[in-house]
Ligand binder design. Structure first.
Ligand code: NAG
Length: 201
C-alpha cells in the first residue's frame, strides 16, 4: 500500500469510529429552494444510474457490470492505477452533518468527473455520463449555496490514472472499475437525496 492509500484508510477508520447512532442532523431552517434542488439532483442521480449501464455496454467488452467474478483482483488493479474509493456517505446525524454530507457528495462527483475526463480521452461512449455529472455538480453546488457558506473547490488529489492506461486491457479495467464504483456512489446519492427531500421540520 502506498502512503496515500494508508492515509485514506486511516481517514475512513477514524470517521467510522466517530459515528454513533443519533437523530438525523438536518437543520430546521432549510429554504424551499434547497428541497427543490435536492429533488432535481435525485432525478439526475437516477438518470446517471441508467446511463452508467449504457456507457458500460458501449465501452467495456471484457467484463459485465453485474459480474462479481475477479472483483477483488480488479479492485486491487484499480487502486494501483490511481482510481480512489468513493467518499463515504453516512446516515445524517449530529456526527455526520449536512455540511459534511454535501461536501462529500461534491468531492465524489468531482472525483468521478476527473476520472471520466481522463478515461474519455482513451475510450468513446462516456460523453453522456460526463454531461450528467456536470449537471449534477451544478445542482450540488446550488445546495451548498442554499445552505452552506463554505468554499468547496475541488480538493481531490490529482490522479495519475492516465499514466497507467498503457493498453486496451488496462483501459477496459479502469472504465469498468470507475463505472462500478460510480454506480454504487449514485445509489448512495439517491438514498441521501431521498432523506433530504422527505425531511420535514
Ligand atoms: C432511488 O430511490 C427511490 C426511492 O426514493 C427508489 O424507488 C428507486 O428505486 C431508487 N433508484 C434506483 C435506480 O435505485
Amino acid at each position: 500500500m502506498d502512503t496515500w492509500t494508508v492515509t485514506i484508510l486511516l481517514h475512513y477508520l477514524l470517521c467510522a469510529s466517530l459515528v454513533q447512532s443519533a437523530p438525523v442532523g438536518l437543520p430546521s431552517n432549510l429554504p424551499p429552494a434547497f428541497r427543490e434542488t435536492a429533488v432535481e439532483a435525485k432525478t439526475l442521480s437516477e438518470k446517471i444510474l441508467k446511463d452508467i449501464s449504457a456507457a458500460h455496454t458501449a465501452t467495456v467488452k471484457d467484463f459485465s457490470l453485474d459480474s462479481s467474478s475477479q472483483m477483488s483482483n480488479l479492485q486491487m488493479m484499480a487502486v494501483s492505477m490511481g482510481i480512489p474509493s468513493s467518499p463515504v456517505l453516512k446516515v445524517l446525524s449530529e456526527h455526520f452533518t449536512l455540511d459534511m454530507c454535501v461536501s462529500r457528495m461534491l468531492a465524489g462527483v468531482q472525483m468521478y468527473q476527473n476520472l471520466l475526463e481522463v478515461l474519455s480521452s482513451r475510450a468513446s461512449g462516456l460523453e453522456d455520463l460526463k454531461a450528467d455529472l456536470r449537471d449534477l455538480l451544478n445542482h450540488i453546488n446550488k445546495l451548498t449555496e442554499a445552505q452552506l457558506g463554505a468554499d468547496y473547490s475541488d480538493q481531490n488529489p490529482i490522479s495519475d490514472l492516465d499514466s497507467h492506461l498503457q493498453d486496451s486491457y488496462s483501459v477496459q479495467v479502469a472504465v469498468h472499475m470507475t463505472l462500478t464504483q460510480l454506480r454504487s456512489f449514485c445509489h448512495d446519492l439517491n438514498r441521501t437525496f431521498r432523506v433530504l427531500i422527505t425531511y420535514r421540520p
